[in-house]
Design a binder for this molecule. Structure first.
Ligand SMILES: [Zn+2]
Ligand SMILES: [Zn+2]
Length: 239
């Protein structure tokens, strides 16, 4: 399995050369290239990616609005995401059921509900092909059924919207927002995942001194037995 971080920017105004495009991951296996998420930055720019299929985590602007004018390939999303995108001129629509492994171009995607937004219910994906297995959740407060989601995954790819500050708000009984990176390391430790990559970078990373941030994050992660990196646009990885 090959991973290409097409974009690593969260829903912020700042952008740099390292974090120019809205967060998106290209998962490649054999001849297939499946793109996870397609935010507004990707509007009109899908030709150069030429994905075999697109899979969506939720309908927020930085994850789905690049499909406003339709898609050049099949698109897969959970039902609640489709409800929000019902007016989009996407012709080839496919439903992904939560907790049901779905094969897309030879790559298996299993959606796990994650807490993040009330208006735009969100999932993270456990993605596997051959012997490789990752978990990808660019926006989240926590993963429902976390043990099943992270069991035997080689890399946890998580939400870099905030490093230590908390971006969690209460709305009635629900929580909305993002968990700090630091909290996500504790999940990796509990579930025996030893490698994490931070994407969906917030302003702390994008406008800050990334080397310094990485050094302090590495130290925190090491305490949890986790090796980490911060993804940047164009970063590639083979599993
Ligand atoms: Zn986002
Ligand atoms: Zn979001």
């Amino acid at each position: 399995m090959n991973l290409t971080f097409l974009g690593t920017r969260g829903e912020i105004d700042a952008r740099t050369r390292r974090h120019r495009m809205h967060t998106s991951l290209l998962v490649s296996y054999r001849a297939a290239n499946v793109m996870i998420d397609c935010g507004l930055d990707w509007l009109g720019k899908l030709k150069r990616v030429d994905p075999s299929a697109i899979v969506l985590t939720h309908a927020h602007p930085d994850h789905a609005w690049g499909l406003k004018q339709g898609a050049p390939c099949p698109v897969y999303a959970p039902e609640k995401t489709w409800q929000e995108l019902r007016h989009y001129p996407i012709k080839d629509r496919h439903l992904i059921k939560e907790r049901t492994p779905t094969k897309i171009c030879g790559i298996t995607f299993e959606a796990f509900p994650v807490e993040h937004s009330i208006l735009s219910p969100t999932v993270g994906y456990r993605v596997s092909a051959g012997r490789a297995c990752i978990f990808y959740a660019p926006d989240l407060i926590f993963i429902h059924e976390r043990s099943a989601a992270l069991k035997d995954v080689q890399i946890y790819i998580g939400d870099g919207a905030t490093i230590t500050r908390t971006f969690i708000r209460r709305r009635g009984k629900a929580l909305i927002g993002h968990s700090p990176v630091r909290t996500q390391f504790t999940w990796c430790q509990k579930e025996g995942v030893h490698r994490a990559i931070i994407t969906h970078c917030g302003s702390e990373i994008v406008t800050g001194d990334e080397r310094k941030i990485l050094a302090s994050l590495c130290a925190i992660a090491a305490e949890h037995g986790v090796e980490i990196s911060i993804a940047y646009d164009g970063m590639k990885l083979t599993l």
